[in-house]
Design a protein around this ligand. Structure first.
Ligand code: ZN
Length: 309
């Protein structure tokens, strides 16, 4: 994002409701997306076929097998109208602070359970999209503690190394002039060297320059071999200024998690952090986010896929 550049606008609610006005339009749109993504027959592996429009079914030209165009997507096994999936995806990316299942329930007229399911599936799509990219260049890294609260009145518990709240490693890449680019966050069991190494391996390109607060886990042999590490040379004040954006982004992520999702369960925290990073990393392309989220959902395997395979 260059200075002075204007961020394009996403569609308004009115534009969206006109563009995707009927179930048929959404069904045609989904079909187009599937064709572009190279729909392949699960039986014979060929990619030529026809659409049987009345049933959202694809017929293989080669073996004649009929396959739902929702097969292998986040929407598989769902009886929900496509229009509601579309609306949910649009409302989620349009809302700055995220959207709770309760809100979604009211907006698209489904049960709470269904709204919760939609939210979860779309967050999984975001998680999958996040996993496709690694940070590179100059990357700041730090540890953070996230805590839920039992109810709206109680204060979040204390944070800092050594508490038993959810531990999260956060990394933010920076531009040459020190502005934040992209963020990654992962819930971990501990902040030991091995864990930091695994995080770096998964989320940061090798040979990147890491800026840390000098915590000993960043000094492992593997980390110093794979990355250029800038750490304990920094006095506390300087480390603070170099990690300024990272700490701001951690605060924003905490506000996001606590603000929208009261009574957070730690199991769900990773998905919320993925949603936060997904939005953050695409903050300059709001006009593309709906398409991107929908396409990610079409590449997201159905629930149960991972445990059965
Ligand atoms: Zn076939």
């Amino acid at each position: 994002m260059q200075k002075g550049e204007i961020i394009p606008k996403r569609m308004s609610l009115i534009e969206f409701s006109e563009k995707y006005a009927t179930e048929e339009i959404c069904s045609d749109d989904l079909w187009e997306r599937r064709v572009q993504m190279n729909f392949v027959c699960p039986k014979c592996g060929q990619n030529e076929g026809y659409r049987i429009k009345t049933r959202n079914v694809w017929e293989c030209k080669n073996c004649k097998k009929h396959t739902s165009i929702l097969l292998g997507t986040a929407f598989e096994n769902s009886k929900l109208d496509l229009r509601k999936w579309y609306w949910a995806a649009f409302l989620i990316i349009s809302s700055k602070a995220g959207i709770s299942a309760k809100e979604l329930q009211g907006h698209i007229g489904v049960t709470y359970k269904t709204a919760w399911y939609i939210n979860r599936r779309l967050r999984e799509a975001m998680q999958l999209a996040n996993a496709k990219y690694k940070l590179c260049g100059t990357v700041t890294v730090d540890e953070a503690y996230f805590t839920g609260r039992e109810n709206n009145d109680s204060e979040p518990l204390k944070r800092g190394r050594g508490t038993d709240k959810s531990k999260v490693i956060v990394a933010v890449s920076l531009t040459d002039d020190g502005k934040p680019l992209y963020a990654k966050m992962q819930v971990v069991d501990n902040f030991k060297a091995k864990t930091i190494e695994q995080f770096a391996e998964k989320h940061i390109e090798k040979k990147s320059k890491l800026i840390t607060d000098g915590f000993k886990s960043y000094k492992s042999q593997k980390i110093t071999k794979d990355y250029f590490v800038d750490y304990d040379v920094l006095p506390a004040d300087s480390a603070d200024s170099k990690l300024k954006w990272l700490h701001t982004i951690i605060s924003n992520a905490k506000a996001f998690v606590l603000g929208t999702f009261h009574g957070l369960k730690s199991d769900d925290l990773q998905l919320y952090l993925d949603e936060f990073c997904y939005r953050f990393n695409r903050r300059y392309i709001p006009h593309l986010m709906f398409d991107k989220l929908l396409n990610s959902a079409l590449s997201t395997p159905p629930i149960g896929y991972y445990s059965e395979n």
